[in-house]
Design a binder for this molecule. Structure first.
Ligand SMILES: [Zn+2]
Length: 71
């Protein structure tokens, strides 16, 4: 049950994030995005510098890596 909920939530967040990043393509900096494409939270600068091409906050990135249920 929880897995399904999480997958649906992730899918919804992913879609919202994809739409948001299409609307705001200029949110990208040379370090990557400043805000998580999934939840819109600001990605801590430390993380952006540590992971140059990251586009998600740690929480969403973990969720993203855990669930490949979108295919
Ligand atoms: Zn996030």
């Amino acid at each position: 049950m929880d897995e399904i909920d999480a997958a649906q939530k992730a899918e919804r967040l992913f879609r919202e994030g994809a739409l948001a990043s299409m609307r705001r393509p200029k949110a990208a900096t040379r370090e990557g995005l400043t805000h998580c494409v999934d939840c819109g939270e600001e990605i801590p600068e430390k993380r952006r510098l540590a992971v140059p091409n990251c586009c998600r906050c740690l929480e969403c990135q973990e969720e993203h890596e855990r669930g490949d249920t979108w295919r």
